[in-house]
Design a protein around this ligand. Structure first.
Ligand code: HEC
Ligand code: HEC
Length: 342
């Protein structure tokens, strides 16, 4: 800095020399033209502070923020009161719960118009409305994840244990109990429990062996080619003459009314090896035998865990996995078909 760095002489940025000069002329802290003064404090012989006031806008900002702090502090819950184990609740009555409720009612208002319609519409009617279906697919995802995915797997891919499928695949077009929207609704609402009697007493080990070979051959080679070798032919006879056909049908394709599996396809509900098939035939399904295979789909209506609207949403959601089937025209009664029993 040069000696005359501030020729205006207003006292700002005084140099040592200026300061000295000013000191000689009386007030050492005043600029030569009587301009800005200093605080009068002096450090280090000749260091001084100017007394420039801060700008007005800055002071105003300071005042406003001070007031804001007090107002905010009074309005919202602030100070804990340790003695009574509570806190100052604020004059605004704000609570996090109340704010959440307000947000929620906003969301509910948006959902409301869908939800009221869902309440009154049958699953088939929901499916027919693309707007509603879109909405239901989204809320169904959460419901499915919470209630169904533990058994059926995310997106209905099914879950397996060492016995085979623990809970069936829902995203294919193979259905034990039918794949129309009404069937699916009934499965979820009422639950399902396949029942196949154990045959270890009614059939000999040889018969079980033969009929298992026949069942496997139907799956491997197709029903019509399945009687080529002697054991398979013997099994075919057992199948026709024991009780198999009363549940699986003469064509062995299963009956949806009782969820008896289609034995002619390549889709196995349980272990599809020869040993696995023999086990199913010997001990049955949900038969009460200690070695029985277990297949229990809980009733979500009975459990009271889901509302009827939730169940409808899930029916549409599951249908939309891609395996949903249109109602067979003959089976449809105009009004009753779509409206499930309440
Ligand atoms: C405790 C495990 C479990 C849970 C939880 C469960 N399921 Fe099931 N579900 C099963 C089993 C096991 C079956 C097969 C029953 C049978 O084989 O008789 C089944 C069958 C079904 C079927 C019939 C499939 C067909 O092929 O006809 C549908 C549809 C279904 N479940 C949907 C659902 C939905 C939707 C949920 C959630 C609300 C759900 N399930 C929750 C175990 C479960
Ligand atoms: C009382 C009715 C009933 C009778 C009788 C019956 N089944 Fe079944 N069977 C079922 C049902 C229901 C299922 C499907 C269980 C499930 O998935 O919940 C089944 C499943 C099976 C399976 C397993 C299919 C798979 O995908 O894993 C085989 C194999 C089978 N039955 C063979 C037979 C044979 C062979 C006979 C005659 C000896 C027979 N069943 C008699 C009702 C019956």
């Amino acid at each position: 800095m040069s000696e005359d760095q501030n020729p205006s002489g207003d006292g700002k940025g005084q140099t040592r020399a200026q300061h000295k000069r000013n000191a000689e002329s009386g007030n050492p802290y005043q600029s030569s033209d009587g301009g800005v003064t200093t605080t009068g404090h002096l450090w280090d012989d000749d260091l001084a502070d100017f007394t420039n006031p801060p700008p007005k806008w800055w002071m105003l900002g300071l005042a406003v923020s001070a007031i804001w702090v007090v107002v905010y502090w009074l309005y919202y819950p602030s100070v804990p009161i340790p003695t009574s184990n509570t806190f100052f609740k604020g004059i605004g009555g704000w609570t996090a719960i109340r704010e959440m409720d307000a947000d929620k009612s906003e969301v509910d208002a948006v959902r409301g118009k869908y939800e009221t319609r869902l309440k009154t519409l049958a699953p088939a009617a929901i499916l027919a409305d693309s707007d509603l279906t879109e909405y239901v697919k989204r809320s169904g995802k959460v419901l499915f994840g919470d209630n169904c995915a533990p058994c059926h797997g995310t997106n209905g891919v099914g879950t397996k244990d060492k016995e085979g499928l623990f809970a069936p695949v829902l995203n294919d077009d193979d259905w034990l109990y039918g794949g129309t929207i009404g069937d699916i609704y009934t499965s979820i609402s009422g639950g399902r429990q396949g029942m196949m009697t154990a045959h270890q007493d009614s059939l000999s080990a040889q018969q079980i062996d033969d009929v298992a070979k026949y069942v496997k051959a139907m799956s491997d080679e197709g029903k019509d080619k399945a009687d080529t070798d002697a054991a398979v032919a013997a099994g075919k006879k057992v199948f026709a003459e024991s009780d198999c056909t009363s549940c699986h049908g003469a064509d062995a394709r299963g009956m949806q009314a009782m969820g008896s599996a289609n034995l002619t396809d390549k889709i196995w509900r349980f272990d599809g090896s020869l040993e696995g098939i023999k086990h199913t035939i010997a001990y049955g399904v949900d038969s009460g035998d200690p070695k029985t295979r277990v297949a229990i789909m809980p009733s979500f209506k009975e459990a009271g865990k889901l509302s009827d609207t939730d169940i409808k949403k899930l029916a549409v959601y599951v249908y939309k996995f891609g395996g949903g089937q249109a109602e067979a025209p003959v089976a449809v009664e105009p009004a009753a078909s779509a409206v499930p029993a309440q």
